[in-house]
Design a protein around this ligand. Structure first.
Ligand SMILES: [Fe+2]
Length: 288
């Protein structure tokens, strides 16, 4: 199958208003009212990229991955089902909340809810960031990337590569942890899988990444985070593989956000997966 991009993310939140404050004031996403009964946020011409579900738990709820059209989606659903994974059709309400034409969902081997969809609603309204961010690097590259922890890395990786069709960008082994970075479009990685055994954490979404055009905007966001005492998970640094200049903040739902600029693009015609020596060129030290 040919997944084209990471289209949307849904988060469970016990306090959606706190996430709204975070998404707008810290991340500079635009809050939009789509009359879905949920806070939602945009960063580009998609009507929304992040959706918040009121819940008695906090954390990632679902990831939406885009297929080009209905027939591609149906074929993809069939390929997943053929592996013995139970695939469920979206309800009308789920389609309305996500503002997509069609969607099916299932669980990956680590229990993360994966949604495949086609037909995301777009808007021609100009993007208007509450923090004045001119634009995010999104559109056909997708909303950014996610990093999932899994206690069964080999099995989870096989599912994303062999069934869902992601391609390996690069990987690291015990340096200090083991992880694999996967792409579905020129963005260096739209998803990475990290060995949860190393961190002794369950199968959760560790972070989602938003990318902006200008490294100065990362610096301005850093100033804001410092001034407002937003909890920092990892200080500014640069990643080895995608070259991202970024820092990590803690969202109110427990999933971190990587906020970065300068991510590299890769060309499948010439790209060779490689074993990286470690995650960082410099920086990304933990805490304040
Ligand atoms: Fe990342």
């Amino acid at each position: 199958m040919n997944i084209e991009q990471l289209g949307y993310l849904g988060f469970n939140s016990t306090e959606p208003s706190a996430f709204t404050q975070y998404a707008t004031n810290v991340l500079g996403m635009q809050s939009v009212d789509l009359e879905t009964g949920r806070p939602s946020f945009r960063i580009d011409s998609n009507e929304q990229r992040v959706i918040v579900e009121t819940s008695d738990t906090n954390g990632a709820a679902y990831m939406g991955w885009e297929l080009s059209d209905s027939s591609a989606l149906r074929a993809a659903a069939g390929e997943v089902e053929a592996t013995g994974v139970a695939v469920t059709e979206a309800t009308i309400e789920e389609l309305e909340v996500r503002r997509v034409a069609e969607m099916v969902h299932f669980l990956d081997p680590a229990g993360h809810r994966v949604e495949l969809y086609s037909g995301a609603a777009k808007t021609r309204d100009a993007f208007d960031s509450p923090r004045g961010i001119p634009s995010f690097v999104a559109e056909e590259l997708g909303l950014g990337h996610v990093v999932l922890s899994t206690r069964t890395l080999a099995e989870t990786q096989a599912f994303y590569v062999d069934v869902l069709g992601f391609k390996v960008s690069d990987y690291m082994i015990d340096s200090p942890f083991t992880a694999t970075f996967l792409h579905c479009n020129p963005r260096h990685h739209s998803i990475a899988l990290a060995d949860g055994n190393f961190f002794n954490i369950p199968n959760v979404m560790h972070h989602f990444m938003l990318e902006i055009e200008d490294e100065n905007e990362v610096g301005r966001a850093w100033d804001y985070v410092q001034a407002e005492n937003v909890p920092v998970a990892m200080n500014i640094g640069r990643h080895t593989n995608d070259n991202m200049f970024s820092f990590y903040v803690a969202s109110p739902v427990g999933v971190l956000t990587e906020f970065g600029a300068g991510g590299c693009l890769i060309d499948d015609a010439t790209w060779e997966p490689w074993q990286m020596p470690g995650p960082d060129v410099w920086g990304h030290k933990h805490g304040h």
